[in-house]
Design a protein around this ligand. Sequence first.
Ligand SMILES: [Fe+2]
Length: 422
Amino acid sequence: MSYLFTSQRELPSYRHLEAEPLSGALGAMISGVDLADDLSRDVINEIYAALLEFKVLFLRDQEMTDEQHLRLARKFGMPQGPGSIPQVEGYPMIRLQRMDEYQTIGGDVNYHSDDSYRDYPSRMSILRGLTMPIGGGNTIWCDMEKAYASLSGPMKTFLEGLTAEHTLSKNFGQGILEGGGAKAYEDMMKRNPPVVHPVIRTHPETGRKCLYVNEMLTSRFLELNKEESDALLEMLLEHSYQPEHECRFFWRDNSVAIWDNRCTQHRGINDFTPAFRLMHRIAIVDDRRPSLDPDNEPRLPYDRNADFIRVEDLFVNKPELTYHVDGEEPAQGNGAATESGNGAADPEDEYAAEVDRKFLEKLNGNRHGIAFTAGAAARLEKIPRMFRGAAISAVIAEAQKQGSTEANISILDAVQAKRRGG
Ligand SMILES: [Fe+2]
């Protein structure tokens, strides 16, 4: 099955709605339906058919209540329960996305497929723009079927044998670590352990293959070494995110977007803060894991009487099996990565006693001639491995900037304060 742009395909006509394509790859403006209505199965089936055809649907002037938003979502499947994103009061399954001068758009500016860090990610998302900024705050979607289709044959064959890790820590780890300390980071990872998905997945309904790695959440390929993995990921992301694969939506108040997370990715554009923006989103869980062979995937049992699926149930590998947290860190270690140890004792001495001498020696072998104190090394050692390299480079750069040949705790504090925006 070769990929055809919208203009190259024979497009279906619908009985209950009109669909006007928005770009060559994906997206259509839908008119003729009012999503606030209690829509019949026929209409819902047509909306779903249009979703499979265009991958993302946009509707204007859809004023509705949270109750109506939820009723609509339930017609497509089971909403996902409360996770780490704030929720609308009284509606634990509706995500609140509120931006103003204090709360600016964060990780959403990186391309992603919703919830790919779970074993059972979201099948589709329904996002309502309630109060939208004038001019800015567009969202871009990327067609990952097209991204796959435009790879060469040998590359497709190579990628089919690979799996990739998806983890929240890639995009949010550093912020949680610096803002909440090591304990907050470990709690986050315990609740959201890394998961593994195939790099190429088959869409369970269209049968089409899609590339399933994303900028925000995919951290590495399990079968490759780090050098290969970093280079390949960079190449695939650069290949995917190009205008020929994308469409861009300009929101107005009461616009709605409905998208298929299995074959698309999206990202926000932060060109509006500090203007106010308010959006409500419901994620509908897929009952099959991303797979090359979805027909043989076990189905996630939906409890039709439940209000939503609990987030904990969306992980196959339970947290305790994949991320050990309890009882390893000495009590004073918790939060050490962000605290400067303002007690009476000299923080250098306080931490120095704990340092692993081998780690200190390795640090002091750096080619910049910067000597690390034992205290600074002990603090760096507490930073999770995946962030440690970046922290070490930043400390060396700061020491050089200060004209110092020594990397001590006060230099590390300066680096961490700068990262927190201090
Ligand atoms: Fe998203």
